[in-house]
Design a protein around this ligand. Structure first.
Ligand code: IPM
Ligand code: MN
Length: 353
């Protein structure tokens, strides 16, 4: 019996999460596994009520689950940063979810802005370091608000933190078993301290423990260029927290948009958290027009992570079927179906395929 914590969150988060849970239910019936879900109301509304983003007990409680399904965090009435730092980043840090795994996969029938590229070309995975770098919160300000103001924001890169992320990426590349190529995305020509550490660890770990995996390197700016021009060059990309944040939004666009892009915040040893990467999209809230496919894809990753490979494969096939044969567009309001109808279609496909 899997124990799954569900955090629907803000904006359209609850709408898309409901569809992901619908699909999880269908997968459980079809593949014959059992799970119990507990819902948590963390998010902007609760914060506005209680002035607390996340109670301390929440982190302890969440550790007791096998996986977490998160909708979206971000509320128009809460100052930017409070919920992001207080909920999303806090869970990443305190649960030590050191990998952010973001597949960039273009399903057949989904429109990409890239000319002459299709599913065969857009199919790679980004392993983003998720607990260090510029996100660690190191730095400070001096003389704030004066003409002499100083702001320092430091990138923290520890050998341990970098190495465990690299090892995850090498293992993932091996398991994925495609081109067996791991590309380190960095900026060794300018960030000569941080990416010196990354580069040395990359080649040391790779040459000793992963001789079967080809090692490649690209600067982050060049990575952006290749993602648009030759995305087929990539198999798995590993990078730091900030670069990973940026290149995965670009990745989401070439795979068909925020309506389909999902990710997992992973610690292989404990609880992991899966989420659509698009955010709470407040302007679409409550209209039943948001695309739930990204949340459904997050549930698919969650199943994979729990070892429910049969269910994960069925949900993947169901997503592929529905996006290819049913949806007119991935964009909110243009799908040809409502949010819950899309969930129904995927659930039906899980049962039928
Ligand atoms: C993401 C988001 C978060 C990040 C924000 C909401 C803090 O953009 O998951 O990519 O920067 O990591
Ligand atoms: Mn982001």
């Amino acid at each position: 019996m899997h124990k799954i914590a569900v955090i629907p969150g803000d904006g359209t988060g609850p709408e898309v999460t409901a569809e992901a849970v619908k699909v999880l239910d269908a997968a459980a019936r079809r593949s014959g596994f059992e799970y119990e879900a507990a819902h948590f109301d963390f998010g902007g509304d609760r914060y506005l009520r209680t002035k607390e983003a996340l109670p301390d007990s929440a982190v302890t409680e969440l550790r007791g689950f096998d996986a977490i399904l998160l909708g979206a965090i971000g509320h128009p009435d809460v100052k930017p940063g409070i919920l992001e730092k207080g909920i999303l980043l806090r869970l990443r840090f305190e649960l030590d979810l050191y990998v952010n795994l973001r597949p960039v996969k273009l399903y057949a029938g989904v429109e990409t802005p890239l000319k002459d590229k299709g599913p065969a070309e857009v199919d790679f995975v980004v392993v983003r370091e998720n607990t260090e770098g510029l996100y660690a919160g190191a730095g400070g300000t001096l003389k704030r608000g004066t003409p002499d103001e100083v702001a320092v924001q430091e990138s923290i890169n520890t050998r341990k933190g970098v190495e465990r992320c690299l090892r995850y990426a090498f293992d993932y590349t091996r398991k994925r078993n495609r081109r067996k190529t791991l590309t380190l995305c960095g900026k060794t020509n300018v960030l000569t301290y941080a990416f010196d550490l990354w580069e040395r660890a990359f080649h040391e770990v790779g040459s000793v423990d992963y001789p079967d995996i080809k090692r490649d390197y690209a600067h982050v700016d060049a990575t952006c260029m290749w993602m648009v021009k030759n995305p087929e060059w990539f198999d798995v990309i590993v990078t730091d927290n900030m670069f990973g944040d940026i290149i995965t939004d670009l990745g989401a666009m070439i795979q068909g948009g925020m309506g389909i892009a999902a990710g997992g915040n992973i610690n292989p040893a404990t609880v992991s958290m899966f989420e659509p990467i698009g955010g709470s999209a407040p302007k679409y809230t409550g209209q039943g027009i948001i695309n739930p496919m990204a949340a459904i894809a997050a549930a698919q990753m969650l199943l994979e992570h729990l070892g429910e490979s049969d269910a994960a494969a069925r949900v993947d096939a169901a997503i592929a079927h529905v996006v290819a044969k049913k949806l007119k567009s991935m964009q909110a309001g243009k799908m040809g179906y409502s949010t819950s109808q899309v969930g129904d279609l995927v659930a039906a496909a899980v049962a039928a395929l």
